[in-house]
Structure formats: C-alpha cells, structure tokens
Design a protein around this ligand. Structure first.
Ligand code: AHM
Ligand code: MG
Length: 343
C-alpha cells in the first residue's frame, strides 16, 4: 500500500506519462491507449453505479457467441470500450467476448490489438455484486501494408505488452501492468480521476483462501477433489482449514486473491471439458498481472501465458494465485491424474 502521508496524489494520467518518460524512444501510443481505456472505465463505472435507476439492468434479449444471455450493461460496456479505442488511431483490431469475429477499427495503420471482456461477471449485474472489465494488449505482427492476419490475433499471452482490469466494487479501481510490476488506481468519484493507490503490488507467497465453484464438485477430476479436501482439513501449522470465498466474477475473485493471497480455480470438468473461462480476454490478462505481482497461473500443468492459441474465443482451465497454493494444487493434479474419478 502506498503511504500517502507525505506523498502527493498521482492520477492515472500523470502516472502513465511519468512511466512513458522513462523510455526516451516511446511514441506515447501505448500510454494513449491506456488513457482511452481509463476514460471508458469511468463512463462504464458511472453507468454501473446508477444501473438500478436508468433501465439498464436486465437482459438485452440476445445471446452471444458462447450461447450466453447478453445483458444490456454488457453491450453498453462493449460499445464504450470500442468507441474509446477507436478515437486515437492506435488500435487496428479489437476482439471482444461480445462479438463473434474480429472487429477491425477504422485505423488501418494502428499498431495495437486489444482483447476485451467488456463486463465480466454478468450474472452478478442484476444483484449489485462486483463486476469488472478486462483488457489485454498486443502489438500487431504484420506489416501495415500487408493487412491484418490470423497470426496478429492469435499470439500467446507471453506477447502481451500490457493487460489489466477495472473492478466495479465497493469502489471502482483499475489495475494494470506493462510488464514492470502491477499498479492499482482507485477512482475518486468526486473529481472523476483514478488515483494511484498501490504501486508495484505483490501477491502474498501463500494464502489461506480457496475460491472455486464447489457446486460442480461431482464433475471434477480426482486431483482437484483431493486438493479441496486438503484445504478443508485442520492443520494449525499450515493455517488450515482455509476459508472458501467465491464471488462468481473472475475479476473480483482474482483481485481478492491478489490482495490477500490464496488461489482461484476454474477447472475443466465433465460440464466444461476445456474449462469455462476464455484464454485470450480472461485468463491471459489476469495471468500476466498475477505473474507480474509474483504469483503463478497454470492450466493444471503448464503456464497459461505459454499456451499457443488456436481460436479467439478458446477456453482453458485455470489455477491462479499465490505461488505456494498453485504449486500445491499442481502436486495433487499430478499425483491423481491417472486415477479414475471417484469421490
Ligand atoms: P461472463 O464473462 O459471461 O461473466 O462469465 C465469466 C464468469 C467469471 O467471471 C466467473 O469466474 C465465472 O463466469 C463464474 O462461472 P460459474 O457461474 O460457472 O461459477
Ligand atoms: Mg467474462
């Protein structure tokens, strides 16, 4: 936590400019892109905060590419983020959870590609529980005169140049990384500015909270079942039993994990054979951030950031959080991977 007693308040805008100035050759485009996302986040936050009185709660009546019901706020957030990114001629391509295909922007010469989950945790929108927006930024690989290619869209998470999330919770905050640690900003609604609240935040090496949708227990592999039982067994030496916490908004669950330590899991199961969460705009950006904070993120065995994507909306299982917790669950997965599933 930044000690504010003798420090001057730093806004997101100032922070981005200061960071850019450390790189004399920087063009300022990535900085502008982050500012554009910050602006969209403020507009979405305003709408989320007054959602109950503006007829923006509820379903839009359509379903998205994943067959899920689309809420009006999902679409509002999608539109705000894309139009904000379209303002500065920097982004050539957007891929969003709410759009089947690639959205090519008007800026043919744009250098950046942005993946978005405009409003994560949709099932929590109508019940006033924390939701979020997630973004992941890549550099275009193809030459500008060549036109965009599939390879531009399908880069592994290791190639991200920046990633982050906005959490609309008891306060609105934005966390992002450009590969030099993780910074967190809190929106001060009275002045409409994001203010730096944590610089170079680190996740605890180990934690005592596990976060998983335990309603799906019967459809898990044996290794995960055994790990969750391990979390529940009393052992004062390792501070067990752990606490269970599950919000159902990945951004909120991962943010809590970043602050308090522990683990968030969305495994593969008989219901979701490849996991439920999306690699490119949910798992990769949050994995980049958690790794930058000193944590770990795996798909059960390998690093999420090393997965070579083959589809823009592909899913992956994820185990993410404090290093010791992730290593422990991997031990269980390895030990029981060949054994038949049984309770
Ligand atoms: P969404 O992008 O449609 O909101 O779905 C993703 C969300 C995640 O935020 C959350 O971790 C997960 O779905 C919850 O799923 P479940 O209800 O199966 O536990
Ligand atoms: Mg989502």
């Amino acid at each position: 936590m930044v000690d504010r007693r003798n420090k001057r308040v730093i806004t997101l805008e100032e922070y981005i400019i200061q960071a850019q100035n450390k790189f004399p050759g920087a063009t300022g485009e990535l900085s502008q892109l982050l500012r554009d996302i910050g602006l969209a986040a403020k507009i979405i936050s305003r709408e989320v905060n007054k959602a109950g009185i503006t007829n923006i709660l509820g379903e839009d009546g359509s379903t998205n590419v994943h067959g899920e019901t689309v809420k009006k706020l999902d679409l509002f957030a999608d539109k705000q983020l894309i139009s904000s990114l379209n303002r500065s001629n920097i982004t050539c391509m957007v891929i969003s959870e709410e759009n089947d295909g690639i959205v090519e922007l008007d800026n043919e010469g744009g250098k950046y590609i942005v993946y978005l989950d405009p409003l994560d945790g949709s099932s929590n929108i109508d019940v006033n529980v924390s939701i979020g927006s997630i973004f992941s930024i890549y550099m275009r690989q193809s030459d500008i005169d060549e036109g965009l290619s599939k390879a531009d869209a399908l880069q592994p998470g290791l190639k991200q140049v920046a990633a982050g999330y906005v959490l609309y919770g008891s306060s609105t905050l934005m966390a992002y990384t450009t590969g030099l640690g993780v910074s967190v900003f809190t929106l001060d609604p009275s002045i409409g500015e994001f203010i730096l609240s944590d610089d170079d935040i680190k996740i605890p090496e180990t934690g005592t909270i596990y976060s998983v949708n335990e309603g799906s227990y019967n459809s898990w592999d044996l290794g995960l079942k055994k790990y969750i039982k391990y979390c529940q067994v009393e052992d004062p030496q390792t501070n067990r039993p752990y606490k269970a916490r599950y919000i159902g908004s990945m951004v909120a669950d991962v943010h809590r994990t970043l602050i308090t330590g522990g683990i968030f899991i969305y495994p593969h199961s008989s219901q979701y054979p490849s996991g439920k969460l999306r690699l490119m705009y949910e798992c990769n950006p949050l994995s980049f951030l958690i790794e930058q904070a000193g944590g770990m993120a795996i798909d059960g065995e390998g690093r999420i950031l090393e997965i070579k994507p083959n589809a823009i909306h592909q899913r992956t299982p994820i185990y993410i959080g404090s290093r010791q917790n992730v290593l422990k669950v991997r031990e269980f997965i390895r030990e029981y991977s060949e054994k038949p599933i049984q309770a």
